[in-house]
Design a protein around this ligand. Structure first.
Ligand SMILES: [Zn+2]
Length: 92
């Protein structure tokens, strides 16, 4: 069973175009998009969110970014499982 999603994945399973649920940021072409939250006052030293913190960074370079199973990885896994079950069923 796979999660329904229109997010596009990079070959390594990181988000290429879409939403990274681990970091809670939008990603385009593998790069974190800015949040457009109001600009914080200068005395505020913390970020409003991860998008502000990691804007313009490649998401796969950010610690704890989301990694999903790609279509080709799913296909490979199902193929392995099928072959394993097939061999098992041949054994009396
Ligand atoms: Zn923000």
């Amino acid at each position: 069973m796979s999660r329904q999603s229109s997010d596009e994945l990079a070959p390594d399973g990181s988000i290429l175009n879409g939403y990274d649920y681990n970091l809670q940021v939008w990603v385009r072409k593998g790069v974190v998009l800015q949040c457009y939250h109001p600009v914080p006052p200068p005395e505020q030293t913390t970020y409003c969110c991860n998008a502000a913190r990691y804007v313009d960074k490649r998401v796969r370079d950010v610690l704890d970014h989301e990694v999903r199973e790609t279509d080709s990885a799913i296909t490979a896994r199902l193929s392995r499982e099928y072959q394993r079950n097939y061999k098992r069923n041949l054994t009396p």
